[in-house]
Design a protein around this ligand. Structure first.
Ligand code: CTP
Ligand code: CA
Length: 232
């Protein structure tokens, strides 16, 4: 699908995109984090703005230039990301969760920096599970007719192929579209390109060959429009 850049097929839509990776404090100077660069989320925000959408980009710990035409809300923890997404999603036509959200956080972050003891001992950090933002959005639909899109990095194992795991996740979270990357075949973290399969709640499966993250972003917005044309 060739795009001249003049097409404003997302005009009139408010879309919310999350990008980057959340960080969970251990103490005031340390955190549990992940390697997400935020490039896919930024590509989604830039592409949507170029196609005429009003874009809210919720960015967690990214070091990338603001995409042209997007309102950027900066967050760090999963709790902050959740609050920002839910606030923006209240009047959003589509929400795309491209951020890598920490599954766990320290149960009781220390208020002062943790000092090491003189013996060789180390503290134990108890973790608790974070709320699952995508599952909440998929099942609650904060605005009627809202399209909800998630990402999943999967590997095959004894219980099924990576694509089967992706299908199970799409159903479990009640989302319209899930962008599934097979991990282990290539390193998508920090890369400018990515291959994926876009799976839909309607049973569709669209492989997107390895290419720039901006091209995958265009495919995702095309699919969002298709979902909306069925439900409007
Ligand atoms: N996600 C979320 N809230 C969480 C964890 C993940 O909203 N607490 C979202 C991510 O933004 C992504 C999707 O859920 O869109 C899938 O994330 P992923 O880590 O691949 O899967 P999980 O659902 O966390 O399952 P697991 O890591 O156990 O495979
Ligand atoms: Ca996870």
């Amino acid at each position: 699908l060739a795009r001249g850049g003049a097409e404003a097929d997302l005009a009139g839509l408010h879309v919310v995109v999350t990008a980057g990776g959340t960080r969970e404090p251990i103490d005031p100077v340390r955190f549990i984090g992940n390697r997400s660069s935020g490039k896919q989320g930024y590509a989604l925000a830039a592409t949507a703005a170029a196609r005429g959408a009003r874009v809210t980009l919720v960015a967690a710990n990214t070091a990338l230039p603001d995409p042209a035409g997007a309102d950027v809300v900066r967050v760090s923890t999963t709790a902050e990301l959740r609050a920002a997404v839910r606030a923006a999603a209240a009047d959003a036509d589509a929400v795309v969760m491209a951020a890598a959200v920490a599954d766990f956080r320290p149960a009781e972050p220390a208020e002062a920096k943790i000092k090491k003891a003189d013996d060789s001992s180390a503290p134990e950090i108890r973790l608790v599970q974070n709320p699952h933002i995508l599952r909440e959005l998929g099942h609650a639909r904060l605005r009627s007719g809202q399209t909800v899109v998630g990402f999943a990095a999967e590997t095959g194992d004894a219980h099924g192929t990576w694509l089967e795991h992706g299908r199970a996740k799409l159903a479990k979270y009640g989302v319209d579209l899930l962008i599934v990357n097979e991990v282990g075949t290539d390193l998508t973290f920090g890369a400018d390109h990515s291959a994926a399969v876009v799976i839909g709640a309607d049973g569709s499966e669209e492989p997107v060959p390895d290419g720039p993250k901006g091209r995958l972003a265009d495919v995702i917005w095309d699919r969002v429009l298709k979902v909306r044309s069925r439900t409007d």
